[in-house]
Write a protein that binds this ligand. Structure first.
Ligand code: PLP
Length: 283
C-alpha cells in the first residue's frame, strides 16, 4: 500500500486531510478507481476522461494534465511494486471554513491517491456467481457524475451485505438502473440489455468495454434500453460489471435463482473475454 497526497508520499493512514476539507465536510469531491493488471493501469485514458468530465460538471478546476496524472499512476505502481491491484484517486474541491456555497477563486483542489493490492482469489471467486437483492434507487438525478457523495449507495450496500448478498440491484420508478457499486446487464434470447448511459446511471468503464469491445468481439448484440423488474425476472442471465470484479454473474436475486442458480453461458464468455482484454492491456 502506498499513499500520495498533494504532491508527496505519505504514510498509509497519515493524518493529512484538514477537518475543513470540503470532501470531508460535504462529500464535495470526485473520484476514480483504476485496475492495475500485470503492473499496468487498465483503460486509464477512459478513467481520466470520466474524471475530467466529473470535474467539469462539478465546477472543480483542473490543475493537472492527463500526462501528469498518467505519470503519477506509473510512479505509484513502480514504487509499490504492486502487480495486481487498484489505484484510488480523489480530488476534493478544497479547504475552507464550513459554508455550503463555494468560492472557486479561494479554493485549491486537494488530491489523494493510493494504491492497494487486490485479493485475486476473491476476484476469481466472483466468477462462480453472486446473490443480489433488489432495492429502491434513492439517489439524486446526477449519478452519472462520480462524486464521493455516496450515502444511498453505502446504505444499499450495507442492507445487501446484512442479508448475505454481494450487492444490491437498484430500481428507480420500477426501472432497473444499476447496482450499488456496479452496472447491470440482462441476457434474453441471446441479446444483451443494459440501461442507457443517461443521468440515472454511472457510465461504467467496464460497461463501456462490454459495449464497445467485448460484446462486438463475440458477435453478441447489445441494446441500451430501460427494463423493469418483470424483464429482470424473465431474463435468461443477469450480471454486474465493475472495475474490480469485471463481469460478475448473478445467480440469485432476492429468493429467485437466476439461470438455474449457475452463471450463465454468455455471461461467462463475456467474463473470459474481458479478462483477456485486461491481460492484453489498453491505454
Ligand atoms: N455504478 C456505480 C454506482 C459504481 O459505483 C461503479 C463503480 O464502482 C460502477 C457503476 C461501475 O463503473 P466502472 O466499471 O467504471 O468501475
Amino acid at each position: 500500500e502506498l499513499t500520495y497526497f498533494n504532491g508527496e508520499f505519505v504514510e498509509p493512514g497519515a493524518k493529512v486531510i484538514s477537518i475543513d476539507d470540503r470532501g470531508y465536510l460535504f462529500g464535495d469531491s470526485v473520484y476514480e478507481v483504476v485496475r492495475v493488471v500485470k503492473g499496468r493501469c487498465f483503460a486509464l485514458s477512459y478513467h481520466q476522461d470520466r474524471l475530467y468530465r466529473s470535474m467539469r460538471e462539478m465546477d472543480i478546476p483542473v490543475k493537472m494534465t492527463p500526462d501528469d496524472l498518467t505519470e503519477l499512476h506509473e510512479i505509484l505502481i513502480e514504487q509499490s511494486e504492486i502487480k495486481e491491484g487498484y489505484i484510488y484517486l480523489q480530488i476534493s474541491r478544497g479547504v475552507a471554513p464550513r459554508h455550503h456555497a463555494y468560492d472557486r477563486s479561494k479554493l485549491e483542489p486537494q488530491m489523494l491517491m493510493s494504491i492497494r493490492n487486490l485479493d485475486m482469489d476473491a476476484v476469481n471467486k466472483l466468477g462462480e456467481g453472486v446473490k443480489a437483492i433488489a432495492l429502491p434507487d434513492e439517489r439524486w438525478d446526477h449519478v452519472d457524475v462520480k462524486t464521493t457523495n455516496l450515502i444511498p449507495n453505502i446504505l444499499a450496500q450495507t442492507k445487501a451485505e446484512k442479508k448475505f448478498a454481494y450487492t444490491a440491484m437498484l430500481f428507480r420508478d420500477g426501472v432497473c438502473t444499476e447496482g450499488a457499486t456496479s452496472n447491470v446487464f440482462a441476457v434474453k434470447d441471446g441479446i444483451l440489455y443494459t440501461h442507457p448511459a443517461d443521468n440515472h446511471i454511472l457510465k461504467g468503464i467496464t460497461r463501456q468495454m462490454i459495449l464497445t469491445r467485448v460484446a462486438p468481439s463475440l458477435g453478441i448484440t447489445l441494446i441500451e434500453k430501460e427494463f423493469d423488474r418483470a424483464f429482470v425476472d424473465d431474463a435468461d442471465e443477469l450480471f454486474f460489471t465493475d472495475t474490480i470484479g469485471g463481469v460478475i454473474p448473478i445467480t440469485k436475486l432476492d429468493r429467485n435463482p437466476v439461470s438455474g442458480g449457475k452463471p450463465g453461458a454468455i455471461t461467462l464468455r463475456l467474463r473470459e473475454a474481458l479478462e483477456k482484454l485486461m491481460e492484453e492491456g489498453l491505454p
